[in-house]
Each structure stands twice: as structure tokens, then as C-alpha cells.
Design a protein around this ligand. Sequence first.
Ligand code: F6R
Length: 606
Amino acid sequence: MCGIIGFTGNINAKDVLLQGLKALEYRGYDSAGISYFTENGIRTIKAVGKVSGLADKVASASSDTAKCGIGHTRWATHGGVSETNCHPHRFGKVTLIHNGIIENYKELQDELAKEGKEPVSQTDSEIAAMVIDSCYKNNPVRAIKKAVKKLHGAYAFCIMFEDHPGSIYAIRNGSPLVATATKEGAIIASDMVALIKYSKDYFVLPEHHIAHLTAKSINITDLDQNEIEPDMLHVNWDMAAARKGGYEYFMLKEIHEQPESLHNTISPRIKDGLPDFSADNIPDSLFTDINRIVITACGTAMHAGLIGKNMIERFSRIPVTVDIASEFRYQNPILDSSTLVITISQSGETADTLAALRLAKENGAKTLSIVNVKGSSIARESDYVLYTHAGPEIAVASTKAYTVQLAAVYLVSFRFALAKGTLTEDETRKLAATLLEMPSFVENMLSCDKAIEPISNKLKKTKSLFFIGRGLDYALSCEGSIKLKEVSYIHSEAYAAGELKHGTISLITDNVPVIALATQENVFAKMISNIREVRSRGAKVIMVAGTGAQVDASLCDHLITLPPVNDLFAPFGAAIVLQYIAYYTATARGLNVDQPRNLAKSVTVE
Ligand code: F6R
């Protein structure tokens, strides 16, 4: 969840670290710190709050120059938000930064206490520094090898040893680390956004391998000290993609990037008018040799899975279940070689989704992942990967990554049905052609912000509201609700419209807002009845209707009508409406939508 960076080279390391931390700030941001080698040993500067606060402190603390250092932005897990708990942590000759959780830190702490060693912070990370220091006899690699045998849990460490100036050592288990050697020096970070200024080529540090960074190179060895050459990867986005480009918030920028992300995700996969995964090396046998599908993911990615279930079952008539990854993994799920487990993840690093994938593989299921970040753990560990091409998503609230996940599940549902013969070539062509229109459909939708901003202004004082819908619209309601909650802090619930009267309608009283999605013709009449039910109890209804819907003006307080589109593709339009509702309601409340409280972009802890 935290952001980490290390640099050693021939330019000012403090600048590299602070710029890197700024780029990583979206990952975790309650405090930040850097450590760097000086002529008189390692110097550490920490600050609670934003990276800009740390930068001010660094500037006023000293004008010393540094060529090698490490930096960290913290999202508190063990121990509250304080300078003491902020990284880097130092013990003896070891200074380190850590992303992850050391599960057995209490036991280790008790052992260290017997030797009279006490930490100053409440963090598991400081205990890791103490363990590494206790294993250290002037050989960093040997100390790290010995220490990681004692550490249980997920970690990515960048470590400096007091008597090895100019060197950074790194190792990871679970938590991500990417690195690159450039003419300016060697750089390592938890996320490509911190590296992109220096290189588009990088590698993912393989798990349980030690990277030794010096100004000239990066040397990687396994735990038996065999040197390995990493697989190099390339990203096709640049610094501009990781900057706000004139938008007030990344979230708004990313909402506007959806036509391009959709185009990049869909068009390379439509060949001769048909969905085609040959460039992704996904064979049709993956779809024909199974008899059920489990989709597992977290949060917004799971909501994309709900839409995927609807589409796959509709076209292939094969049973699909959707499970929250953190539940799935502890429920002894029924899995075998006839099951296809589809994991969906923007980051490719979500701890629960990764664990669910591993469980699926252990039980012999086939695995396909839909992932945005190239070379991420979930992508690397899945049998097959369908990459989405949203580019970097910086805002914590997922927008463009969600709609490209929708595009990916639509493509899967079409190819699946074509391979199984449940859709004819002609039918598939028509669906693929409509999917190809989604970038321009979404482009068109982007101008509905003018209609939504005034509605959001009215919602800004609301304490609680409801999203209702049926079928695809229910899946979208779940997404609308999470989006609003995470950025505006307004309580909301998503309800299957027909289920509301089985209890929750008791909460509908005068002026309670209800956002009713009614884009599906087959259940439109049912939705109208549900809307009447809430209206007659005093609800203020904001209705999102499909094209051509005959809506009686007295039925709702605000009506947003989607431009003409086949009902099955309405989710691409409704998603934009819901993203705007969340965005404008949060900004009307004066909130920083890119950095909502308590949230981090990539949830690499359980
Ligand atoms: C909500 C949001 C989260 C993520 C969830 C899974 O806007 O971003 O709910 O969708 O944490 O993350 P990934 O997709 O990286 O696995």
C-alpha cells in the first residue's frame, strides 16, 4: 500500500527521491521520509502529512548533496501516524523502507527483547530492520538471506547498510518492486510511475531474489547466489500520462481518458470484425474445455465481474459465479480442471485477488486474468492474461480502469460464445461492431457533466442515499455506490430494485435521494414500479434512463437520458454518469477526490 523508491547514481538523489515520492503519493500518504548517504553516514528526514511538507523540511534541513538514498510514503497499518512510525527505519547499521506486512513481527520482537533490543516505533517494519541488523556481519546479501527466512508475510524492502555507501539492496515477497538502470543511475520503486521520468524500459524484481543497486548497474541474484538476467518490459505511456495535464484532479483527467483507453483495449482485439485473442496467446480451448467460471476480484474490479457474469451467461449459457476475493479464498471453494477462474485487477497486485488466483491454481483450475499493470504479480502468475490498456491510473477511485475491464469482459463473453457456438459469426460481428463504437459513445457521454454538476450540488448535503437497478443496472448501482462513498464520504447503498421492499425501504423517507438506473428495456416497467414505490415514500429520484424510454415527468426529480445505444452496452454510458455524480458531489463538498481518507490505490495487504 505504501510507495517506495531507491536511487543511486550521478545526479542529486534527494531530488529523484522527492519527485518519485510525489509521483507515488497516491499509493499512501499519511507520512513520508527519506534517508541518504552523506559524508558522515546516513541521514534521515521524515514528516507527517504530504510529500510537499517533507520536501520543505528537506530543503530547510540542509544543503548537503546526496547520490544514493531511499524514500517512502506511508499508509499506516501497524502503529499510528507519527514521525517515529514513518519510514525509513534504522537499527544498528541497517536503514530500510518496507511495503507490506510482517505477520510474525510480535514473536520476532519478543525474541529481540531477550537480547535487550527494543524498537522505538510501533511498526512491524522496524522489527524487520532489527532482524536484518542482527543477521549482519558485514555481508549485506548474507544478512538479507538469513533474515528473510525469519520474516513471514508480504514485503518489498529497500535496504542501505551504513558501511556500504552508494549501495541499495532490495528483496520482495508479494509486494511489487520494479527497477531500471539508466545513464543517471539505478532506480527501484514500488510502481512504474516513479521510474517513467528516467526510462520506459524496466523489469520486475523476481520474488525472493536480491537486487544490488550501484550507480553503474543492478545485479540480481537468487538466494543461492546465482546471477540472473531479468526479463525487460516496456511501457507505452510517458510522463505526460502520469501528470494532471491541466485537469484539477487525476480523477477528472482519467474520466476523460476513457475513450482512448477503450479504443486501445478493444480495437487490437477485433480482427476481421470478430473478437480475436491470438495476439494475447489465449486459445479457444480455454473456453471450450471448461464447464463453469468463477470470477474473483475486489471492489470496483469485482463490480466489473458482475457485469461479466451477466454477459458470459447470457451469450454462452455457462454458469458463472462472482466472488469477492477476500471471501473466496477462505471458503474452501469448489475448483477443478473444468473450472476457469477469471481474476480482474487494475494493479495486478491486490493481495486478496493474488491469493485467490494462487488458490485456484493449487486446485487445478485454469486461470485467466484481466489486468492493467504489465508484469504485475497477478499477470505473471496467471495461465493467461488479457491486458487492459488504460495507462497509469493515479486517482484512488477507479474510473478508466473500470470501463476497460468492462470492455475486456465483453470481449471475453463474445469470444467465448463464438468458440462454443452459442453465438453465430454474424451475431458476434454485430456485437463486436457495437463494442468498437464504445470509445465514441463514451466521448459523447462526457458532455453530460453539465447536467450532473447541478444535481451534485443538491446532493452535497445529503447524509445517505440509495442506488437502485435491475440486472446490468444493479451491477452498475454497486459501482455507483462505492464511487460516491469513497470520494464524497456520503453513505450510500446499492440495492437490487426489487429487493428494496424486503426491508431497506424503511429507510426511504422524505427527501432521501434515490439514484434509479433504468437503462434496460426488459425490466423497465418493473423499474418504474420500484421508482413509484420510493417516490410515494418521499424519495427524491434521480433517474438514468435508456434511450427511447417513455418517462412521465412526475416520476422523477431529475432525468438523465443516455444517447441511443443497444441496452447491453448502456453500462458504458451509465458508468460515466455515476463517475461524474461521485466526482462533482465530492468536489462540491470541497474534498480532495484524488486522495480520499483512509484509502490507498493498491491494496497489497489483506
Ligand atoms: C474503487 C477502487 C477499488 C479497487 C480495488 C481492487 O474505486 O479502486 O475498489 O477496485 O481495490 O483493486 P485492483 O483492481 O487493483 O485489484
